[in-house]
Write a protein that binds this ligand. Structure first.
Ligand SMILES: Nc1ncnc2c1ncn2[C@@H]1O[C@H](COP(=O)(O)OP(=O)(O)O)[C@@H](O)[C@H]1O
Ligand SMILES: [Mg+2]
Length: 351
């Protein structure tokens, strides 16, 4: 299936029930920042869905609306089949949320935190204690369960947060930037945990991230968000497959003479499966249907033309390329723009 731009799949393509559905969500914060500008999402049940976008794209605002912590100015949203505005209580019962900031009480132990959370959902007694033990074991916190949370490492706190989000067996789990600020080791552990959760019966995970690699690895489907709307949606492979071929970069040991560039370019373009050849001094670049297969062919052709190749690299299309194509600017540029100061008069004081 080809990736879809600007919205969810049409009804006839939907096979499973939707865990999340939004329709033209709009949200403007006081001060005039338009955080959401027609956000359309359709998330099938039982998958890990990645909401990928640069800082300021509107990911957290979307999560806040879906978890009933904020109201949209316009548009509708349903989670686990319940409208977020009409039945916020039902939505809350069906979801788990792991926010960026820990919700655990540092003075209480891990077990006490889990029991308290469970009680908040109206559950008590033996079953409650059993669930707490089950989660402590599952998140490798069995030994630490009776120690106060303030003595936990960063990774342990994170695992407890996820356990807290799962206490009442939610249908949909929201993870807002689960690895931002984690060191590489804790991030790898978190990735493993999310992959493990993904296997849990029927659980849908909505994960927001501004790490391209994280979305690529963990999410079955990705919606790339930019400026409050979805610019493209699909599986990582579909998204990357849309871009024609791999990028091949060759560096020659010596620059090609000026007059020799055009004939060389033509000769390389004539090779099967090779397109968009550019020759510039010592640099030769091209796109190829299959980069690895094209390299030997290119090397032979260059040798024949009397050009020796010093290095060759092949790059598979990345989500970076996908973002550039659909958002019209590079991901890094968008991240940098998000950090730039807001123009005078547009700044919203409310946080
Ligand atoms: N409470 C708020 N008041 C004013 N502006 C906000 C508030 N929360 C977020 N914004 C702005 O809305 C935009 C989207 O923010 P957010 O949803 O947090 O994006 P993301 O999570 O993708 O980084 C940003 O420009 C941000 O500065
Ligand atoms: Mg955010």
């Amino acid at each position: 299936m080809a990736p879809t731009t600007g919205g969810p799949a049409p009804h006839h393509l939907r096979t499973r029930a939707l865990a999340v559905e939004t329709n033209q969500l709009v949200k403007t914060y006081p001060g005039g920042v338009k955080a959401l500008d027609g956000m359309e999402l359709a998330v099938e049940s039982g998958i890990v869905f990645g909401l990928l976008g640069p800082n300021g794209a509107g990911k957290s605002t979307t999560v806040k609306i879906l978890t009933t912590l904020a109201r949209p100015d316009a548009g509708t949203a349903a989670v686990a089949g319940h409208d977020v505005l009409r039945h916020p209580g039902r939505v809350r019962a069906a979801i788990g949320v792991v926010a960026q900031k820990s919700g655990a009480d540092p003075v209480a132990t891990g077990r006490e935190n889990l029991l308290l959370q469970r009680r908040l959902y109206g559950l008590r007694g033996a079953a409650c204690a059993r669930r707490a033990d089950e989660l402590l074991a599952r998140f490798d916190l069995a030994d630490a369960g009776n120690r106060p949370v303030k003595g936990y490492s960063g990774g342990m706190c994170h695992r407890l947060d996820v356990a807290l989000g799962l206490v009442h067996r939610p249908e949909v789990l929201f993870l807002d930037e689960p690895t931002t600020g984690l060191d590489p080791e804790a991030r790898a552990a978190m990735w493993e945990e999310i992959a493990r959760l993904a296997g849990e019966d029927g659980l849908t995970i909505v994960l927001t991230t501004h790490y391209l690699e994280e979305a690529d690895r963990l999410a079955e489907r990705i919606a790339i968000v930019d400026r409050g709307r979805v610019v493209v949606e699909g599986t990582p492979d579909e998204l990357k497959g849309e871009l024609r071929g791999d990028a091949v970069h060759l560096e020659l040991s010596e620059a090609v003479a000026d007059g020799a560039e055009p004939p060389l370019r033509d000769a390389l373009t004539a090779l099967p499966g090779v397109h968009e050849v550019a020759v510039d001094g010592r640099r030769v670049s091209a796109r190829a249907d299959d980069g690895a297969a094209a390299v030997p062919t290119l090397l032979t052709a260059l040798e024949r033309a009397g050009a020796a190749v010093a290095t060759a690299t092949v790059a598979r299309p990345s989500l970076d390329d996908v973002y550039l194509r659909y958002a019209g600017r590079s991901f890094d540029e968008a991240e940098a723009a998000a950090e730039a100061p807001v123009p005078a008069g547009a700044a919203g004081g409310v946080r």
